[in-house]
Design a protein around this ligand. Structure first.
Ligand code: XMP
Length: 320
């Protein structure tokens, strides 16, 4: 594995030139497929790949049903503006079927990984006759997987899995020497709008990483609605990442004068540079009160809202 390039060491222009050359060498005169989720890493890799391969790179957005509100449409529109056409693949049923009945966090991550790589991308790559899948794995993903903290959805070789044998295609990971702060510099240099390169990180397993217990379309809808509130109120305050988490256990609440054994949403908001360590943002109490009021108002079935005040480690940024 190649060495880390820190954001301070990084010369973005030189990095882009090198990676463009490497991608061209690896793909030769063939074609490649790339998976865009709209996050910082996959957006950066999409532009890098198009700079290297132009029309020989097919960019896919997999609608897995566990993304944030309006995300597929927003990503397609933003990339259209950058001259990249994105094909949306509707795989919602497939993902929910794969997640049915699973409550263990690693088993959930594994179900998502297999559905993405073996099933959906496997089909796409075979249909397009591409040899490679280009993706935005970064160093932090690998660190945490190797350390056994969390199996990141996009890490294989470090776990002894050969994608060629397991899925029938090669995986190219041009950002694997960088961390989030370095990726942002590369994204900016490639011309990604601030709306994209400045976006808060969002995990590959998407909202499924924020549902404790079984992931169902209904439970995703609950956490999705809470996410809308959290992002609306916490955007622009300089935090590294913020999120809503749906808990599994219920608590007694009251609604319209009656007992309501309802659901609980936990809000997390993190200060961090590179996601390796993180501390909770010291939010003003009136913002916390507004978060609670708006979530209780806008998310049906929720009777409790809490704010996480533990640091990483021992916490992690996502709940699953
Ligand atoms: P954790 O929860 O491990 O997260 O403290 C560290 C950073 O990584 C993001 N994250 C992921 N990103 N695939 C990804 O691409 C994943 O499976 C995944 N899990 C967590 C998380 O949002 C945070 O920024």
């Amino acid at each position: 594995m190649r060495n880390e390039i820190t954001a301070e060491q990084l010369n973005a222009e030189q990095f882009i030139q090198e990676k463009v050359r490497e991608i061209q060498n690896s793909v030769g005169d063939g074609t490649a497929v790339n998976a865009l989720s709209g996050g910082v890493d996959s957006s950066t890799v999409t532009l890098l790949g198009h700079r290297a391969l132009d029309g020989r790179l097919k960019t896919i957005f997999v609608d897995n049903g566990i993304m944030r509100q309006g995300e597929p449409e927003q990503v397609v529109r933003l990339f259209k503006g950058l001259g990249v056409s994105v094909e949306v693949v509707d795989a919602r049923k497939e993902f929910f079927n794969a997640l049915k009945g699973i409550t263990d966090p690693e088993a959930k991550r594994e179900a998502i990984t297999q559905t993405f790589y073996r099933d959906v991308f496997g089909r796409m790559v075979r249909a397009s006759k591409a040899k490679c899948l280009l993706q935005g794995t970064i160093l932090t993903d690998i660190d945490e997987t190797v350390a056994g903290i969390k199996r990141q959805h996009n890490v294989f070789e470090q776990l002894g899995i050969n994608p060629q044998e397991a899925f029938g295609y090669r995986i190219l990971e041009p950002l694997v020497q960088l961390r989030k702060d370095g990726v942002r510099k590369v994204g900016e240099a490639l011309g990604l709008p601030a709306e994209l390169f400045g976006r808060i990180p969002f995990p590959g397993p998407a909202l499924a990483a924020r549902v404790i217990g079984e992931v169902t379309p209904e439970r995703i809808e609950t956490v999705r609605k809470a996410t809308v509130v959290v992002e609306r109120l916490l955007r622009g305050r300089g935090a590294f990442q913020y999120m809503a988490i749906l808990h599994e256990d219920r608590v007694t609440g009251m609604r319209n004068g009656r007992r309501d054994f309802g659901q609980q949403i936990e809000v997390r908001c993190w200060d961090s540079v590179d996601a390796r360590t993180a501390t909770p943002t010291s939010l003003p109490f009136n913002i916390l009160q507004k978060l609670a009021a708006d979530i209780l108002q806008e998310v049906p079935g929720v009777v409790s809202v809490t704010y996480n005040i533990a640091s990483k480690p021992p916490s992690t940024i996502e709940a699953v």
